[in-house]
Design a protein around this ligand. Sequence first.
Ligand SMILES: NC(=O)C1=CN([C@@H]2O[C@H](COP(=O)(O)OP(=O)(O)OC[C@H]3O[C@@H](n4cnc5c(N)ncnc54)[C@H](OP(=O)(O)O)[C@@H]3O)[C@@H](O)[C@H]2O)C=CC1
Ligand SMILES: O=CCCC(=O)O
Length: 291
Amino acid sequence: MEVGFLGLGIMGKAMALNLLRHGFKVTVWNRTLSKCDELVEHGASIGETPAAVVKKCKYTIGMLSDPSAALSVVFDKDGLLEQICSGKGYIDMSTVDANTSSKISEAVTKKGGDFLEAPVSGSKKPAEDGQLVILAAGESALYEEVLPAFNVMGKKSFFLGQVGNGAKMKLVVNMIMGSMMNAFSEGLVLADSSGLNQQTLLDVLELGAIANPMFKMKGPAMIQNNYSPAFPLKHQQKDMRLALALGDENGVSMPVAAAANEAFKKARSQGLGDHDFSAVYETGKVPERSV
Ligand SMILES: NC(=O)C1=CN([C@@H]2O[C@H](COP(=O)(O)OP(=O)(O)OC[C@H]3O[C@@H](n4cnc5c(N)ncnc54)[C@H](OP(=O)(O)O)[C@@H]3O)[C@@H](O)[C@H]2O)C=CC1
Ligand SMILES: O=CCCC(=O)O
């Protein structure tokens, strides 16, 4: 199967490499073209523009940073709309809101193409290991056709019905995750400030009812102030913002998520946007008290 891939950031690079490793023919494009080089070393071809990729491939996957990037590769000059047509499919795996997804879906289907949104749960390591959870929605026939690619990139795929449902599910999941990360960060600060050992807190958490892989994976690095990015904080804040907008649309009160969003905004304003989202921990730290 020949697959196009637009967007070779942390996630896109790992996902495209997985496809190559499993024998897919992959044509890649990235806004910063030099990021294609490593993929070419692993056997990928380069498309000079999103339109050139779609012209060559029956199926094209997008993994872009945010709604504006996701729209740009579709609607801008040399964008995929210039080549999408009957018999071709576009699968947008970026995390965006349902509105953005619907705009893309309408434009693609108007040109005769098929569209699937398929955001993912799971971060850099699961992307490298082909262990993502795929939250697809849109054209069910296209879903069936691209399942071989999903099976390589992920450990489980869900088909959630009409376009928008994948985006919404992803935002709900990340809203919960972002709120949890803030509670976890506050707990680490409180433990430290009240004279407790943070590693002992991690050990206690792991044995109890709120044990979870995120605390286990991020905790040891956080207490070493290591925020090497797997999931950039700026993207987590984008997801909190989009989830809060979804809450607004549905009249859902989300005071915990709103507070978490404020903490992520503060972290961004402190220059932590490109660090891992666990760097929100920095915003809660108590300045050294003078005696
Ligand atoms: N990292 C993670 O753990 C996860 C991320 N996600 C989601 O996946 C998506 C990608 O995340 P991730 O790989 O971490 O992000 P990165 O920031 O590492 O990569 C973003 C990608 O988007 C491209 N891009 C940004 N702006 C534009 C634009 N205006 N036009 C064209 N391309 C653009 C970048 O190109 P360039 O290289 O030129 O900057 C890059 O390829 C996001 O929606 C994120 O929320 C989902 C699950 C997990
Ligand atoms: O969108 C990013 C999700 C990160 C994760 O699921 O660990």
